[in-house]
Write a protein that binds this ligand. Structure first.
Ligand code: HEC
Ligand code: HEC
Length: 156
């Protein structure tokens, strides 16, 4: 009896052959994790609009007081990835500069109203940019943990 090899098995075989190649090009998401999580967590693309990501990628040479340059092909791939997954909040055309920070966005300030000024300055937190100090799921793009009543929240 002759039976053809199921398509799924062929696909699995083809997939493992590709995965076995050592010189496989990393995906844009992998490049982003590699290059943008070296100094802080890789901030999820949805937290800033496309204009902001473009401005950030254009200014990596002097990135918040540090040099965060990435080689040109990787930078282009990362920018495409960030822009494709960017948040919907458009930057208002007030004539001012495009915002480069998540932590100065009106929504961020609103969501973090209950965090006391003294909490932000704690040694284990240091900066509002340090999302992972309070949001344990931040690395996996999850900020919906209930922080009310924790050290990050109302109780000081
Ligand atoms: C060499 C270290 C370094 C690398 C690499 C780096 N950053 Fe940063 N980044 C910083 C520093 C320092 C800050 C400021 C943090 C603070 O204010 O506490 C920052 C802040 C940011 C902020 C603003 C956070 C806020 O306060 O809202 C964004 C967005 C950002 N980086 C994106 C990126 C992206 C995208 C990449 C990858 C292309 C990247 N960073 C790579 C050092 C780095
Ligand atoms: C000092 C602790 C702290 C830090 C640091 C912090 N947050 Fe928060 N965040 C909170 C608290 C408290 C809330 C209020 C809602 C709650 O109880 O989860 C909140 C709420 C949020 C929400 C709304 C969640 C929802 O489901 O409504 C988002 C999104 C968020 N934070 C993103 C961030 C990002 C991105 C960063 C880093 C750039 C950050 N936060 C840094 C404490 C923190």
């Amino acid at each position: 009896m002759t039976r053809s090899i199921p398509m799924t098995m062929l696909l699995l075989w083809a997939g493992s052959a590709v995965a076995g190649q050592p010189s496989q090009t990393p995906t844009p998401a992998a490049l982003w994790k590699e290059e943008c999580a070296a100094c802080h967590m890789a901030y999820p693309a949805r937290l800033l609009p496309a204009e902001s990501w473009k401005a950030i990628m254009a200014g990596l040479k002097s990135h918040f007081g540090t040099d965060a340059t990435v080689d040109a092909p990787a930078a282009a791939a990362i920018e495409r990835f960030l822009v494709a997954n960017a948040g919907m909040r458009a930057v208002r055309s007030t004539g001012g500069p495009v915002p480069l920070r998540i932590t100065t966005s009106p929504w961020f300030i609103r969501e973090h109203r209950e965090v006391a000024a003294s909490t932000w300055k704690r040694p284990e937190i240091k900066s509002p940019s340090n999302c992972t100090a309070c949001h344990t799921g931040a690395e996996s793009n999850n900020f919906s943990d209930d922080l009310s009543g924790t050290s990050g929240g109302r109780r000081r």
